[in-house]
Ligand binder design. Structure first.
Ligand SMILES: Cc1ncc(COP(=O)(O)O)c(C=O)c1O
Length: 421
């Protein structure tokens, strides 16, 4: 009885815990921490969606158990989104399921399709559930590079030829958390061809489908002809409509994978609260100006953050999508590694970021900076980072005029959010 449970033993210590602890302690001391360490949207859900929830909750019929795989209207609304946005036709009966946030769907599908000892291919660094969903289910994970290019395809080819047992599934996520890399359709074409050739399932995580800033609009893997023979794709309302707390996501694509997830979920849950599902229909099928507004908000924040970091002497690539900047440690701090750098930045600049190591060993040497504070706070953060860099002997480039902004107090709810989101 003293030995740790088998599945728990397979979970390494939470890398973010150290930084989270330091963050909590600083807050207890009354310090104002600018928290860019999370992926938790900080703006409210658009009012018409909230209104639909309120309306529906007033009807007692909505208080009963709901439908595990999602009410038919919701599955139809998701199919409508795919038709509009990607020109992909989905059968809402056999090719769509609603999930309790996409994280739940990713975890339960991983469990549904994994036999102990299976080999799964996962980019490194990646969003933790991408590998841990499979690890909890008893699989072994083989890391592949995280960039959607030839290098990843070559590594996949090598992995397929040399892994024993042969890999059964591959997970991809573009725009990516944490790297912010964006894939194009040509890349997906090659990926689908490879997976079909070798009989490998693909799970594509498209949580940031609508958070993009340039001309490269993120495609769906299901746009590739034949993709649904081997692929399923996860989408989410969390970021698109600032609905992270509502827990509403979807899987769409291969009917066999959808059936497997439906079966597992029918044993585990009764579906999201009906008013949430009805409000999710309003989100997907109602006016979409809010999506453009949310996108513009993240783009403005990105511009402020990247400009401010450059002014501080920190050369961080400008992300094309997602709600993160993936920042290589400034040369002066490279030796200390991402966890110690994050702790130092928190202590001396009052800015929290997520250490890259928390997303896998190849995330070392980077930190993830979330666009989860308003532009005034981001300016405040980059000014503090500039002073921090100067104290550590980094000479910033010649200053450019900047407008200032007042600090905005944080709420308790924002402070308790998970760091891996
Ligand atoms: C890449 C990625 N996938 C999935 C999720 C989880 O989203 P959801 O709220 O739909 O569970 C996140 C959350 O941050 C994410 O970054």
């Amino acid at each position: 009885m003293t030995e740790e449970f088998h599945r728990i033993r397979r979970l390494p210590p939470y890398v973010f815990a150290e930084v989270n602890k330091a963050k909590a302690a600083a807050r207890v001391r009354g310090e104002d921490i600018i928290d860019l360490g999370m992926g938790n949207p900080d703006t409210p859900t658009p009012p018409h969606i909230v209104q639909k929830l309120v309306e529906t909750v007033a009807d007692p019929r909505s208080h009963r158990y709901s439908v595990s795989r999602g009410i038919p209207g919701l599955r139809r609304a998701l199919a409508g989104y795919y038709a509009r946005r990607f020109d992909v036709k989905l059968d809402p009966e056999t090719e769509v399921i609603a999930t309790l946030g996409s994280k739940e769907g990713l975890a339960n599908l991983s469990a549904a399709i994994t036999s102990p000892g299976d080999t799964i291919l996962v980019p490194n660094p990646s969003y933790p559930i991408h590998q841990f969903g499979f690890i909890i289910a008893g699989a072994s994970v083989r890391s592949i590079p995280a960039t959607p290019d030839e290098e990843m395809l070559r590594a996949l080819d090598r992995a397929v030829r040399h892994s024993v047992p042969k890999p059964t599934a591959l997970i991809v996520n573009f725009p990516s958390n944490p790297t912010a890399y964006v894939a194009d359709l040509d890349f997906y074409r090659e990926l689908v061809a490879l997976a079909r050739r070798h009989d490998i399932w693909i799970m594509s995580d498209l949580a940031y489908a609508e958070i993009y800033f340039g001309d490269r609009v993120p495609p769906s893997i299901l746009q590739v002809p034949g993709a649904r023979d081997i692929a399923v794709e996860f989408t989410s309302l969390s970021k698109t409509y600032s609905m992270a707390g509502w827990r509403m996501g979807f899987a769409a694509g291969n009917p066999r994978l959808i059936t497997a997830l439906t079966r597992i979920k029918s044993y585990l849950d009764y579906g999201a609260f009906t008013p949430i599902q009805v409000a999710a229909v309003a989100a997907l099928s109602g006016p979409q100006d809010c999506v453009a507004e949310i996108r513009t908000m993240y783009r403005d924040r990105r511009d402020v953050l990247i400009r401010g970091l450059h002014a501080a002497g920190w050369d961080v690539p400008s992300p094309e999508g997602s709600m993160f900047a993936w920042a290589p440690l400034p040369p002066a701090f490279r030796e200390m590694g991402s966890v110690d750098f994050s702790k130092l930045l928190l202590k001396e600049a009052g800015v929290a970021v997520a250490p890259g190591l928390g997303f896998g060993e190849y995330g070392e040497g980077f930190v993830r900076i979330g666009l989860v504070e308003n532009t005034q706070r981001l300016r405040q953060a980059t000014r503090a980072i500039k002073q921090f860099m100067i104290r550590h002997g980094v000479t910033p480039p010649p200053a450019r005029p900047e407008t200032g902004g007042a600090a905005v107090p944080r709420t308790e709810a924002e402070a308790v959010a998970n760091a891996d989101a």
